[in-house]
Design a protein around this ligand. Structure first.
Ligand code: ASP
Length: 361
């Protein structure tokens, strides 16, 4: 009797260990990031900022990968990697380096979505958060809502004791120059230099700052939103996106990034997507959900679904930009119709791939 019991217990232990090892094998983690698309070409980029931007992408993806490798959730990994990119590089448009709106102010948007539960949180037009992705996560986890905007979102940040900064924290000369040049080209009024900004440099110095730190030049089309999709060892997908939106936008304008289904989407039933590009097109086409629907209902391979939406549907509307996307088996793809997109991917046990231009694999 005792022998039988020991044999049974041993068998159960073996089965439990075998099935948990199997579960781990079924879900090696996977992570993919982007930091915007646009006119990013070898001809106009300088080697110094190319190297620095690649280093920031590598740091961001490794930060997310570490979370996944410790057994952390995809939501944790998405937030951690995006926080590195929020303010990580002057070539990006998120957090500290966000672009200015037409009134010379920074208004930030972000979203995060949990593919296991379909819970989501977003913020739009926030002005005091250095890490809007963290605020979006708080909306997901600490409120009954999905999207909170403007003063309400700034107030929520304060109420939960989140990290707050003065609007002058977001000032930088390179992006100010880019705004002024755009508004001049468009014949629009130039807003006063923001309160708290350091005194203006002479013009030659301003030009030096913008050309030495950014991988794109004022006047070029550039979308520097940052985003992450990830799969954790439990097989759960998540997606997140954070942005300053489009330069010179109307105050109060909200893009696709914080709109669930447009710039950000995740479901374990289909895929996770984060987008970058002209948000107005991405919203009209609900691009993120569209890609996942093609996978879910048409059984399309992920790459084909992403390419169909970017190279057919988006191009038919004359929109531009790109996406990163991932299925629950950890397969990750990117698709974009611009000359470059800042991007990187990494799978458990693999090597990091970092790429910028469209001639890189
Ligand atoms: N999609 C963003 C927006 O329209 C911009 C970007 O991707 O950089 O707000």
């Amino acid at each position: 009797m005792k022998k039988n019991f020991i044999a049974l217990a041993g068998g159960l232990l073996f089965l439990t260990l075998a099935s948990s090892a199997g579960a781990q094998q079924r879900h090696p983690w996977s992570i993919e990031i982007h930091a915007g698309a646009g006119d990013i070409s070898r001809a106009t980029s300088n080697p110094q900022s190319d190297t620095a931007t690649r280093a920031t992408l590598k740091k961001a993806i490794e930060t997310g990968a570490k979370v996944l490798d410790r057994g952390g959730s995809s939501v944790d990994a998405v937030e951690a990697a995006i926080r590195v990119m929020e303010g990580g590089s002057p070539s990006f448009d998120a957090g500290k380096w966000a672009v200015f709106n037409a009134e010379g102010k920074v208004e930030l948007d972000a979203a995060i979505m949990d593919g296991a539960t379909l819970k989501a949180g977003s913020v739009a037009a926030v002005t005091r958060s250095p890490h809007p992705i963290t605020l979006a996560r708080a909306v997901m986890e600490r409120t009954p809502h999905v999207l909170i905007v403007g003063p309400g979102a700034d107030k929520f940040l304060h109420q939960i004791g989140g990290e707050e900064v003065e609007p002058s924290y977001f000032f930088n000369q390179g992006k100010w120059n880019a705004l002024v040049e755009q508004l001049k080209r468009e014949g629009k009024p130039i807003p006063p230099r923001p309160a708290g900004a350091p005194p203006a440099q002479d013009q030659a110095d301003d030009k030096r700052i913008s050309s030495s730190t950014m991988l794109w030049m004022p006047g070029q089309r550039h979308y520097g939103t940052v985003g992450v999709v990830a799969l954790d060892r439990k097989g759960n997908l998540a997606a997140g996106t954070s942005t300053g939106g489009s330069q010179g936008k109307m105050p109060g304008r909200v893009g696709d990034s914080p709109i669930i289904g447009a710039g950000t989407y995740a479901s374990n039933e289909s895929c996770a997507v984060s987008a970058t590009g002209v948000g107005e097109y991405f919203m009209r086409l609900t691009i993120a959900r569209e890609i996942c629907s093609l996978v879910q209902y048409k059984g399309m391979p992920l790459q084909q679904a992403a390419d169909t939406v970017i190279h057919k549907e988006l191009e038919q509307l004359h929109g531009e930009g790109g996406v990163i996307a991932m299925t629950p088996d950890g397969n990750s793809v990117w698709s974009f119709n611009t000359s470059g997109m800042f991007r990187a991917r990494l799978k458990e046990g693999g090597q990091v791939t970092v790429a910028i231009y469209n001639d890189e694999p």
